[in-house]
Every structure is written in C-alpha cells, then in structure tokens.
Ligand binder design. Structure first.
Ligand code: 5BU
Length: 478
C-alpha cells in the first residue's frame, strides 16, 4: 500500500511531470532531470492532492493571505485559497511598466501574514523576487511552501534572506520513491543523485533596483561603496572579491605574465599581500605542472587573493567546456575567474557553467580590449551586457576601457594601466590608475609590466595599490 505522497509521485511521473534527459534550467545549468508541474492543471484531482500535501506540510497554522509564485504556483495557491478560505494574491511576472503596487493583484492591508506557494525551488530566485515585492508593500512574509526542493541551495539562499522554506519532498526522496516503484532504472536515479550532489551551490541575484550607500535609489555603480555593493549580488566570487578589496584596501590585480613557474610563484608570494587578484596566462609557462597551480592555490589562501586566468575563451559552448575542464591545465580546478569573449553568444557561458560541477566559479566578459584598433563596436558592448544580465549567476563583470555597465553588481576590470607610458610597440595603450578609476570607471586595475618589470616590484605594487584605492575613495565621495 503506497502512502499518499508515494502515490502522488508515481502519478506525477505517469503524466509526464518528471522528465529525464538533458535540460537547460533558467539559470543556464544543464540538468538530467526536469520537474514540469505546469501540466498539472490538466489533472484537477492530482492538482488537489498536490495542494493538500503542501497544505499539510505548512510550517504555521494560520496565514491571512496566500500568494502563488507565477505561473505554476498560482493554480496550487488557488486550490489552497478556496479550500482553506484564505484570500489570495497574485504577483505579476511582468517587470516593466508596473509600479510595485500594480504588480500585485488582490486586496491586502499592511502587516498581514502571507504564505508563499511555489512548485519547485532551485536557487530560490523566483520566490525571492516575489517576496521582495510583497515585503516592499509591507506584507509580513516569512514562509515559503514548495512542493519539490531540488536541493540546489535554494532553501539556504532564502534562509539568508530570512525566508523559511518548507518542502513536501526533496529530489533525493523523490528519486528513491521512483526507483522503489520501478518508474526509473538505477542508472537514471544514480545520474540524478550525482547531479544533485555536485550542484548544491546556486545563487540568487536580485533584479531589483539597488540602493546605493548614499541612500539614493540610483543604480550608479561608480558612486556605490564596495560595502554597499556586496548586498547587490549573490554571485559568491563577486561578494568575495568585494570583501577582499575592502579588507586589503586594494583594487589592484597584477598580471603575472612570466614564463617560469618559479617566477610566477615568487611574484605571488611577494605581491600577494597587496593584490585582490592575480591574473595568469597559464599557457605561457614553459614548465607548467600540477604543482604550479597547487602552490599558487596555497599562496592565494595565504595572502587572500583570487586567481584570475585570462584564457579569453572564445569558442562554442561544447569546445569551451572541454578547454575549461580537460587537457593539461584543468583550469576550472584552480582558477576562480576566467575571461571569455561574448562573440559566440551565451552558449559560451553555458559551456563554462556546465564544467564547474558546482564549484564556485565566475567569468568575466571581454567587452572592450585595451589595444589600438580593437574591433569593439557599441553593438558588441551592448551584446556582452545582455549576456551578462541574462547570466547574472555566473558573470562577475567585464574587462573594459569605459563604463560599460552602471549596475553595481558587475565589476569592471581595466587592463592597460601603467605610469608614464603611452603604450608598447605591439598595440598596448596605457592609462594611469587615477584615469582608469576616475575617468574610465574601473573597479579593478590590471597592471602587468608596470609592476613585474619595475626595479622594485613590491614598491611599485604598493604605489599602484595606494593610488588606485585612493582614486576609488575619491570617486564614491564625489
Ligand atoms: P601589461 O604588461 O600591463 O600591458 O599587461 C596587461 C595584461 O592584461 C596582459 O596580461 C594582457 O594579456 C591583459 N589584457 C590587456 O592588456 N588588454 C585587454 O584588453 C585584455 C587583457 Br582583455
């Protein structure tokens, strides 16, 4: 005899709600399983059972309102609303052309308690967006009731936003029922469980306008302090980078373009205390070995900096995924950030993301290069911005020579920085740290030969760091 939940899962599988194959989730992540509860509206009895199971799992006895997250949360919320006689709200999915108030349909008054209803939770972004709107309207939203928790970090993400998630079933439990009831083979079940185990760290990024440190509701990245920008993103490495920059009072990234591992490690050891990032071109090392990157990783921990491989990926997603993970460099293993061109379109991001296996990683899009005659057009810059906005979970920011984004969540990295030099013989062009930060809007200055070929690289690094950070402080206080 099956329990109500077991029967429900078997029935959902039967009508095609649980699908196995190769799916691209909203975040761009590839998944071997997809739970598509939308079709439940064609099966009213099953919809009723799902709503009952959810209501039975509710964390609190009483709520004054329920609100379904569009779209599949809506029919479930409607059933709960009519059965339990609790008024319902709808939050529109549209983001443009509606003020916050008009985004929500239904009657309510300040302070009423409202239960969120959602079908599936991955990162928690959809729930978060809805809760954000309701909280702005002074509603009291603490709990989210979901049917399936895909166990990909959504509950933890929402917990950090003070939203308590209660789910009817987890992906692991669902697979165990489906396997026991002979609905899936052990092979399929194992592949899903392996996927769940290796994708537990998704992140939420709010689409909401962000308030700057000076309290104004403007989205001007250049005016926001690093402290206030931490809250604008959930990209773990962007957050970490901001924290390092604050702690070390440094917006300096050194481009360690040397050809021997010993030299690279010596630079990392000497300059480590002064930098927020160390940028590599790993393929110019003539003696690369696994030890090189193991030692580099240890130095990154010791001196608290991130490793940034300037690989400039530029191929189709599938090739890029191989270049990122396979081959002798295994870049994903040791580089926190990598650069990529936007030219191939956002398949390149999906390719990189598919290689991360749940590790916190990020990519920086090359929006404008520093060299003379770079073929950058405004259309390309805009295209990169679109890719970044669409893949905000993975894109940390842009390499650029101007303010290509005002969004405080994105970091602008500017290479071509050196004192007293116009450029080199091969097309490189230079700005001073002040010009880069104050005029070009750089958040991070990338300095290579200006430091590595200086007579005293440490003294040079200190000078670039101090000037760069002073210019940043000046910029936010203007
Ligand atoms: P330099 O020695 O400060 O000129 O080194 C600049 C570094 O930044 C070097 O590693 C380049 O590959 C890298 N770079 C750049 O100079 N310009 C760009 O537009 C991009 C990267 Br993208």
């Amino acid at each position: 005899m099956l329990t109500k939940l077991e029967q429900c899962i078997v029935d959902l599988h039967k009508i095609g709600v649980v699908k196995f194959g190769d799916f691209t989730l909203k975040s761009g992540m590839q998944s071997p399983v997809y739970f598509d509860l939308r079709i439940i509206i064609s099966y009213p009895k099953l919809l009723e059972t799902v709503a009952e199971l959810m209501w039975e799992a509710r964390p609190c006895e009483k709520y004054e309102l329920v609100c379904g997250v569009a779209y599949t949360g809506l029919p479930i919320a409607t059933v709960i609303s009519t059965k339990q006689d609790i008024p319902m709200l709808i939050r529109r999915k549209e983001t443009k052309g509606y003020g916050t108030k008009k985004l929500v349909e239904g009657n309510f008054t300040d302070g009423q308690s409202c239960l969120m209803i959602e079908d599936v939770i991955v990162s928690g972004s959809s729930v978060f967006e809805t809760v954000e709107t309701l909280r702005e309207l002074e509603l009291d939203v603490k709990d989210a009731l979901v049917f399936l928790d895909r166990e990909q970090g959504g509950a933890a993400n929402l917990k950090s936003m003070d939203i308590n998630v209660v789910s009817v079933i987890s992906m692991t439990e669902m697979m165990s029922i489906l396997l026991k009831q002979g609905c899936v083979t052990e092979e399929v079940s194992d592949s899903v469980l392996e996927f769940v185990r290796s994708h537990t760290a998704t992140s939420i990024v709010s689409k909401k306008k962000t308030t700057c440190n000076n309290g104004t509701d403007v989205m001007d990245r250049k005016k926001c302090s690093l402290e206030s920008r931490i809250a604008t993103t959930s990209q773990p490495l962007t957050k970490k980078l901001f924290e390092i920059m604050i702690a070390k009072k440094s917006n300096l990234c050194v481009a360690a373009d040397v050809t021997k591992s010993d030299e690279l490690l010596a630079l990392a050891e000497k300059l480590g205390p002064h930098i927020c990032l160390l940028k590599t071109h790993i393929d110019i090392l003539t003696d690369f070995s696994k030890d090189t990157v193991e030692n580099l990783k240890n130095l990154a921990v010791k001196h608290n900096f991130l490793i940034f491989e300037d690989r400039k990926f530029g191929d189709i997603g599938n090739t890029v995924a191989n270049q990122y993970v396979e081959g002798m460099y295994n870049i994903v293993d040791w580089a926190d950030l990598v650069t990529a061109h936007g030219l191939p379109g956002d398949g390149i991001i999906k390719g990189l993301m598919s290689g991360t296996s749940g590790k916190p990683r990020g990519c920086v899009l090359v929006s404008q290069m520093s060299s003379t005659g770079a073929l950058t057009t405004q259309e390309y810059v805009n295209g990169c911005q679109k890719i970044a906005e669409k893949n905000e979970y993975f894109v940390v920011g842009f390499v650029s020579q101007s303010c290509v984004s005002e969004n405080p969540r994105f970091v602008i990295f500017t290479p071509g920085v050196q004192y007293n030099k116009k450029g080199d013989d091969l097309g490189q062009q230079y700005n001073t740290p002040r010009t880069a930060v104050l005029e070009k809007g750089a958040d991070v200055i990338i300095v290579g030969r200006g430091i590595t070929q200086a007579e005293d690289p440490v003294a040079a690094a200190v000078m670039y760091k101090e000037d760069g950070f002073k210019a940043y402080l000046e910029r936010i206080s203007e």
